[in-house]
Design a protein around this ligand. Structure first.
Ligand code: ADP
Ligand code: MG
Length: 706
């Protein structure tokens, strides 16, 4: 039996700004259907508002849902609240994230990702089990939160008097949310933020990691007590910086400064390691926390006095014009810069070291962060809206807080049409409906349904589960002399020369044959955690698909079942087709737009013919731009299988695909003028600025690598 509750310090909770406004919060929620609550990060919005409403009786007739844009935050915060309330996690307080549900009959306060709540709309369009929905961290403007905002607005419009909606935000977007929700009240919770002195660099750093490390060292050796929070863009950078810091701190003279504890903080860190940042530093010891922008708003680290901000963030960017995803390092917005600086003033006056010039801050940083809806592929979101079957929804006209571009919606509609999720007239198909229920990208869902029909669902489930893992392979051991040979990994299955999907299937099957052994993973350079995750995902997907597992069996390449499986993969990814060039191994992608691409070097080796040429037709999961366009996760298919998709591509009509009442498009523009948001979306010039800044950055980067 697990022990509950514990060391919670309710004394500390009492001091939080939000708890001081308990009465006012209860009051304003009682009197209004929708309320916006604004408060500094760390003021207690995420952990306290739910408890306040719970104590005020809001949970007597329904559950309180609090959405989080990030999985990590949902788990960590639920754990925190359970401990503050001295209950077992999963009982009164629980969480639900994709592929992991820790709630029960007893649950009254439920933290869940915005994606999970969106999914719940499918089974209950009125969200009857809830009494309050708290859309938390709304300022992060995740794609799912934006869709939820639109759906919840429809719900209020429909007079659903029992449901209360609370939108919380850390920054200045409060008025914008209020305008969107019919001018609902905005409650501002004054925070106790100490002044933060901003120090700019006098010149742009050549290498921001190095510059950040040096700044951290200077602070550590020259300044008084107080933790340092250093923002970097991702795990690799964080690990690199930590190595540098450890090296150089070790070289410092013994006793010349206080001890340092260096901690990473990023989303892919194991939860046990993540919570370490909540333990205050021991006396005469300084913590240096090296974090992604997860520490900007999602998780509050106390004790920080010095913030180092290189002014960059890693962002997924999807271009509907090219159909290409790129993960690029971009300049943060001024809102983000302010948010980062604020982290230094939570316990006492602090300092923020901006590793860029004031001119850059003023002239080059965009004023606000571009919402995800304007930089993501919308296929999943659009399928979702279509499947809600709300007669009056035309996805091209849906009320978005910041509408995505027309081309982005069109791109999504075309993709859905090609994989049979919607019909020519825009109505959702039976297949589309089933796809929407699966917690997967539409292409993967389509693959599963095709596989089900072809009798190879078990294998397709494995592939879908394996593709759901964030990172599967361990970094290969360095081939230096100090490493013994036996440190090298045993070779992995080769995908029979057919590509990555089949290789993933084989890896899972080998692991299965080996009794799901951790040792096997270690030997083969595969992350055990990811494999366990895949196994769990596979189990859940089987359950949703009502597939009774009869064990795994292995095939040879020519088995009819292997052919059927590849055909199912082809059907799922038929909006991701690529055709090889006649003379060389470049590929041309097919679709509304075409590109010349290469297969990503990380792909498992594919068979080649006598002339050294790769298979003529492939499907791929992702088209990414890392300097050059690459296709990633590739599977060899047959030309004849691609014909249905190619046929469909030739007869597309996007206006029809939009759905109900497309002919009334012009009136949308009129409506939008009435609902003009308080803060404008990025204007064309701002976008140009962002694009220009990015180009300059890339040019500099290229110059460096030369
Ligand atoms: P907000 O949502 O307004 O940013 P939170 O409710 O997340 O604020 O946090 C309020 C306070 O609780 C912060 O001071 C934060 O450091 C603390 N806190 C939050 N989660 C944890 C945790 N898991 N362990 C310890 N302290 C936490
Ligand atoms: Mg919060």
């Amino acid at each position: 039996m697990q022990t509950c509750g514990g060391q919670a310090s309710s004394a500390l909770a009492c001091e939080l700004p939000v708890t001081r406004y308990e009465k006012e919060i209860v009051d304003v929620v009682k009197k209004n259907d929708v309320v916006v609550i604004i408060g500094e990060t760390g003021s207690g919005k995420t952990t306290q508002i739910s408890q306040i409403l719970h104590h005020a009786g809001s949970t007597e007739f329904g559950v309180i849902a609090i959405t989080q844009p990030r999985r990590v935050a949902a788990v960590s915060v639920a754990r925190r609240v359970a401990s503050e309330m001295k209950v077992c996690l999963g009982e009164e307080v629980g969480y639900s994230i994709r592929f992991e549900d820790r709630t029960s009959e007893k649950t009254r306060i439920k933290y869940l990702t915005d994606g999970c709540l969106l999914r719940e709309f499918l089974s209950d369009a009125e969200l009857k089990q809830y009494s309050v929905i708290i859309l938390d961290e709304a300022h992060e403007r995740s794609l799912n939160t934006d869709i939820l905002l639109g759906l919840l607005k429809r719900l209020c419009g429909r007079k659903s008097p029992d449901l209360k909606i609370v939108i919380t935000s850390a920054t200045l977007e409060g008025e914008k949310f209020s305008t969107f929700f019919f001018g609902c009240p905005v409650m501002k919770i004054p925070g106790k933020l100490f002044p933060v002195e901003i120090l700019y660099s006098t010149q742009e750093p050549v290498n921001y990691i190095e510059s950040a490390v040096q700044t951290a060292l200077e602070i550590h050796t020259q300044k008084g007590p107080g933790d340092i929070l250093l923002f970097l863009t991702g795990k690799e950078e964080i690990e690199k910086a930590i190595m540098k810091l450890e090296d150089r701190i070790r070289q410092l003279e013994e006793g010349s400064c206080m001890d340092a504890i260096i901690l990473p903080l990023h989303a892919s860190l194991e939860p046990e390691l993540q919570v370490r940042v909540f333990t205050p530093s021991p006396p005469s010891c300084r913590r240096i926390i090296v974090a992604t922008n997860i520490a900007e708003t999602s998780l509050t680290v106390d004790g920080v006095v010095f913030v180092i901000d290189p002014g960059v963030v890693k962002q997924h960017q999807y271009s509907p014009m090219t159909g290409m995803y790129s993960l690029v390092v971009v300049k943060i917005s001024r809102v983000q810069a302010t948010q980062r600086a604020g982290r230094a003033g939570r316990t006492r006056p602090g300092k923020c070291y901006r590793l860029y010039t004031e001119a850059v801050f003023e002239n080059e940083l965009p004023p606000v962060t571009m919402p995800e809806i304007q930089r993501s592929s919308l296929a999943g979101a659009v399928l979702h809206l279509k499947s809600l079957d709300l007669k009056d929804i035309n996805v091209l006209e849906f009320e978005y807080l910041d509408p995505p571009s027309r081309s982005s919606l069109e791109d999504a509609l075309q993709k859905l049409f090609i994989i049979d999720a919607i019909q020519e007239d825009g109505s959702i198909t039976h297949l589309g409906r089933r796809m929407a229920v699966l917690p997967l990208e539409p292409s993967l869902s389509r693959m599963l349904l095709a596989a089900e029909e072809a009798g190879c669902l078990s294998e397709a489930l494995t592939i879908a589960a394996m593709l759901s893992c964030e990172s599967l392979f361990l970094p290969s051991p360095k081939k230096s002399a100090s490493h013994k040979r036996d440190l090298e990994f045993k070779s992995l299955p080769d995908g029979m020369g057919l590509g990555d999907h089949i290789q993933l299937l084989q890896i899972y099957e080998k692991w299965h044959e080996d009794g799901y052994n951790a040792e096997w993973c270690k030997e083969h350079g595969v992350k055990i955690r990811s494999m366990m995750f895949a196994r769990e995902v596979r189990r859940q997907l089987s359950q949703i698909m009502k597939w009774e597992d009869k064990g795994l069996s292995r095939y040879r390449r020519k088995d009819p079942k292997m052919l059927a499986l590849r055909k199912a993969i082809c059907t799922g990814f038929s909006n991701h087709l690529a055709h090889r060039m006649q003379q060389h191994n470049g590929f041309r992608t097919l679709g509304a737009k075409t590109h010349l691409v290469q297969i990503h070097p990380s792909a498992c080796s594919m068979e080649v013919d006598d002339d050294g040429l790769l298979p003529e037709w492939v499907v791929y999961n992702e088209l990414v731009n890392v300097g050059r366009p690459f296709i990633r996760n590739v599977c060899a298919v047959k030309g004849s299988w691609c014909q249905p998709a190619l046929m469909k591509l030739s007869k597309l009509s996007v206006t029809k695909l939009g759905g109900a009442q497309s002919s009334t498009l012009p009136s949308v523009e009129k409506e939008q003028k009435v609902e003009k948001p308080a803060i404008e979306p990025l204007s064309a010039t701002q976008k140009d600025l962002v694009a220009a800044a990015r180009e300059r950055f890339l040019a500099r980067k290229q110059a460096r690598t030369k």
